[in-house]
Design a protein around this ligand. Structure first.
Ligand code: 6GU
Length: 234
């Protein structure tokens, strides 16, 4: 799978791409992640300006349409595969595990990271990207959101997680719509806090039942919106 990330701040991704699971997946060529500096497509002015003030007034600056469309089109042409285009914006559809699973089936995804007050609307009208948000809060730009998407998708690619870390039972995955149960490792007791007895006696049926109950209770208390009988009309 190939990601193309278009951003004014490619260095934001440096540490993230060279650590742990992402680094391993890249080394093993399970995923290819290409970053592109939008400023490289800027008009040939002294400061390679990429933004301008909004028509009609208002605070902040908008990223210009010509630079962005030129950039996206030349990045698209860097590989023969057609890219699924995603623009990161708080105005987008909320990202979730189902979308991550869907994106993990793609051969190529292009992520456009906004900054300032966003892009000129014609970027969206011309490129017709899917607009995606990672939640109801405002970030300084789409870069962190792009990392969230890459992170959630890459761990679903075949071969990225070992069997011992299988994602089948993750919260929110297709096989599981509940929050995870609590887990414990050694020591059996620390500062008066003991590991629940049921986990220590090797009764696998009892352990499974206890875990199921814990998952259900947590989900009811914290995220009742995830339960099947949740009223979605409100
Ligand atoms: Cl995708 N971008 C920005 N700037 N803020 C966000 C977001 C994206 N998702 C939630 N907040």
């Amino acid at each position: 799978m190939r990601f193309d990330i278009i951003t004014l701040f490619p260095a934001i991704f440096d540490g993230y791409l060279t650590q742990s699971l992402l680094d391993k997946a890249i080394q093993r060529e399970l995923v290819h992640i290409h970053r592109h500096d939008l400023r490289d497509w800027a008009e040939d002015t002294p400061h390679r300006k990429v933004d301008d003030r909004p028509f009609g007034g208002g605070p902040g600056m908008l990223i210009q349409v010509k630079t962005t469309v030129n950039c996206a089109e030349s990045v698209e042409a860097m590989d023969s595969r057609k890219a699924r285009k995603i623009l990161l914006t708080p105005q987008g559809k909320r990202f979730d595990q189902r979308m991550a699973e869907d994106l993990a089936t793609e051969e190529r995804v292009m992520l456009l990271c906004g900054r300032y007050e966003g892009f000129d609307q014609r970027v969206i009208d011309i490129l017709e990207p899917e607009e995606i948000s990672i939640g109801d809060f405002v970030l300084n730009g789409g870069e962190v959101a792009a990392m969230v998407i890459v992170d959630a998708v890459v761990r679903l690619l075949p071969g990225v997680l070992g069997d011992e870390n299988s994602n089948i039972e993750d919260s929110f995955s297709r096989g599981n719509r509940l929050l995870e149960f609590p887990q414990y490792t050694r020591p059996r007791e620390f500062r008066g806090h003991a590991v629940p007895e049921v986990l220590l006696n090797g009764d696998h049926k009892a352990i499974a039942a206890w875990r199921e109950q814990q998952s259900l209770e947590r989900t009811e208390q914290r995220r009742s919106d995830l339960l099947p009988d949740h009223n979605t009309n409100k």
